[in-house]
Design a protein. Structure first.
Length: 209
């Protein structure tokens, strides 16, 4: 076990709970940005989910001196040319909430027959210097015509997952973890988490704090 916590580089309570549930079976201390005082915000100006995940993980690790995990994820809508993509959290503007983002999306999709969409996620684990480990996940679905369900966060109420016949917001946390983009990326990470711990231990020994 590493002697430092792994920091989930977000203040999003929904994401924090999801990641904590993923790591519940491992003997590692998990923190989030909510466990620290004011922390500068990284500039998320990457062109891809992988770019932004690395930026967030590396920036957080460098600022706090702890290994950090960040994910960048978003909704990719076929008929909108891949939008909102990396701008998913800011689709309706800087500081826009989930409700505003969903309203804008439903408005854009009003007269659209092709409802295909996918959630994509890249998870990056980084230490203050050097490369990061990355893991990817994708879940395909459709955009519903209205919001359904009260669980989850983000675009979950309008992301319809055909195999279960429900939107993500109708799924339990356990159901969602099994099929979601973040669940799939996390499964790849957890499948080799013992190796990740060894990698972190080696990297932390090499880096001064």
């Amino acid at each position: 076990m590493i002697d430092r916590p792994l920091v989930i580089a977000t203040r999003n309570k929904g994401k924090i709970e999801e990641f904590k549930s993923f790591f519940s079976g491992f003997s590692i201390s998990i923190k989030s940005l909510n466990d620290f005082g004011p922390v500068p915000e990284p500039v998320e100006d990457g062109k891809t989910f992988e770019d932004n995940a690395y930026k967030k993980a590396h920036f957080t690790a460098r600022v706090l001196g702890f290994p950090a995990l960040a994910d960048d994820s978003g909704l990719v809508v076929e008929a909108l040319g891949g939008q909102p993509g990396v701008l998913s959290a800011r689709y309706a503007g800087e500081g826009a909430g989930d409700e505003a983002n969903i309203r804008k999306l439903l408005k854009a999709m009003e007269a659209v027959n092709d409802r295909r969409a996918a959630f994509e996620c890249v998870i990056a684990i980084a230490v203050p210097r050097g490369p990061a480990l990355t893991y990817e996940g994708r879940c395909e679905g459709e955009i519903s015509s209205e919001q359904i369900g009260r669980n989850g966060f983000g675009y979950d109420p309008v992301f319809f997952y055909q195999p279960l016949g429900k939107t993500f917001a109708e799924l339990s946390q356990e159901e969602k973890n099994q099929v979601s983009h973040r669940g799939k990326a996390s499964a790849k990470l957890l499948a080799e988490f013992d190796k990740v711990i060894i990698w972190l231990e080696q990297r932390l020994k090499e880096e001064p704090f």
